[in-house]
Structure formats: structure tokens, C-alpha cells
Design a binder for this molecule. Structure first.
Ligand SMILES: N[C@@H](CCC(=O)N[C@@H](CS)C(=O)NCC(=O)O)C(=O)O
Length: 219
């Protein structure tokens, strides 16, 4: 499969799919959106469940290939457009840290944040995939120090994942405000691709809400 094969991003505004769209913009990749209105449950209709049985976005179709799960989507897309320079190639020493931070996100950060949100308090470090919340966060903070990016001076697709993730998790109070996180968030959310996609998301989210309200009123 090549970059000539069409890329479709299964998408809902103001979700984890937003970061995947920002990545596509940063890559300069041609893509189109298949938008799901989550306000009316379109992600749980059979057509989409055939693509992702979990009913979650993001997912992509590239030619005949389907990819679900954020980290897999980011890795797949960044590798597809190596000329954008957002993925260290196989054999490049930087690929080690790059892969680590892509996987740390889903294996350690998200479970820790969700446990905290649900007030599930692990009784010991070997009960969780992330040891404990404070050590998990300190590990991330150390990786972002001194910055500006996870790999130091080199911006990668991992930063596009983490920039959006830290933005929403601090916004919801799931991650504490710390100067290192704040500076990183500001850096990542002031990029043109972020601004373009989030402005578009605001309009799309309002449309989705209006549709849900109309259907609710009609019921
Ligand atoms: N493990 C998935 C999680 C994705 C996820 O939680 N997406 C949310 C949006 S932020 C979703 O699709 N929720 C719809 C639902 O659960 O109905 C990934 O990393 O891609």
C-alpha cells in the first residue's frame, strides 16, 4: 500500500481522534473524514462496530487496511510519510525513545489517569501496569525536561499525541498543572495544525449538539 491509497479517518470532534487529525495535517497527508456524531451514538451503529468493535475513535482506513488504537494510528501514519520527519527510521537510535513514549501513553499514562479519575486506589505497585501515579508522572516530567520535546530538540509524532493528551487531562484536572507540562502544552497547542483542527472541531461539535437537541426535541 502506498501514499496514493486513500486515507479515511473515522472521526468525532473534541475526542482522541482530534490528535490523529492534527498529525495528518502536520504530515501534509491527503485524507478525508468519516464523521461520527457521538451525541447520537453513531459510533455504536453496526457499520462502525464492524471497523472497531469497541466503538471508539480514532480509526483509519488506508486502502484495504484498517488501524484502530491511537498509538497504532500515529505510528502507522507517521511511518507512511517519513519525509515529514516526524518518525525516526528503523536503525535510528532515536526510535527507541520514540517507540517507548508512544507505548507508554496507552500502557501507563491512560490507565493511571483513568484509575485516578474513577478513584480506584491501587494497593501496591505490582497491581498496576504503571507502578504508581506519582512515579508514572515523574517519569513523564523528567522526559520533558528540559525539552522542548520528548526527544529533546527533535519533534516527533509522539509529541503530537502527548501535546493533545496533556492538554485535555490538565484541563479536566486529571493531571496537575506543572511548569514543564504547561510550557509543553503551550508549545504544542500553538502550532498551526492544532489551531486549525480545534477551530474546525468547535464548529463540528456545535453542529452535532444541535442535531442531538433537534432529535431530542422531536422525540
Ligand atoms: N483505546 C482507544 C481509546 C479511544 C477512545 O476512548 N475514544 C473515545 C473518544 S475520546 C471514544 O471513541 N468514545 C466513544 C464511546 O466510548 O462510545 C485508543 O487509544 O484509541
Amino acid at each position: 500500500m502506498t501514499t496514493n491509497d486513500a486515507i479515511t479517518l473515522f472521526y468525532s470532534p473534541q475526542t482522541r481522534a482530534t490528535g490523529a487529525r492534527i498529525l495528518l495535517e502536520e504530515l501534509g497527508a491527503p485524507y478525508h473524514l468519516h464523521v461520527l456524531n457521538m451525541k447520537i451514538g453513531e459510533q455504536r451503529l453496526p457499520g462502525y462496530l464492524a471497523i472497531n468493535p469497541l466503538g471508539k475513535v480514532p480509526a483509519i482506513r488506508h486502502g484495504d487496511a484498517f488501524v484502530t488504537e491511537q498509538a497504532a494510528v500515529y505510528l502507522y501514519l507517521a511511518d507512511l510519510f517519513p519525509e515529514a520527519g516526524l518518525t525516526p527510521a528503523i536503525g535510528d537510535t532515536d526510535r527507541a525513545a520514540y517507540l517507548r513514549w508512544m507505548v507508554f501513553y496507552g500502557n501507563c499514562f491512560e490507565p493511571a489517569v483513568i484509575d485516578r479519575h474513577l478513584q480506584r486506589v491501587p494497593t501496591s505497585a505490582n497491581e498496576t501496569p504503571y507502578s504508581n501515579y506519582d512515579d508514572m508522572l515523574a517519569t513523564l516530567e523528567a522526559a520533558l525536561t528540559p525539552g522542548p520535546y520528548l526527544l529533546g530538540e527533535r519533534l516527533t509524532a509522539a509529541d503530537l499525541l502527548w501535546g493533545t493528551a496533556l492538554n485535555w487531562t490538565t484541563m479536566f484536572g486529571l493531571v496537575p498543572e506543572r511548569p514543564v507540562f504547561r510550557a509543553y502544552i503551550e508549545r504544542m497547542t500553538s502550532r498551526p495544525a492544532y489551531l486549525k483542527v480545534t477551530a474546525d472541531d468547535a464548529a463540528l461539535a456545535a453542529d452535532h449538539q444541535a442535531i442531538a437537541d433537534r432529535l431530542g426535541n422531536a422525540a
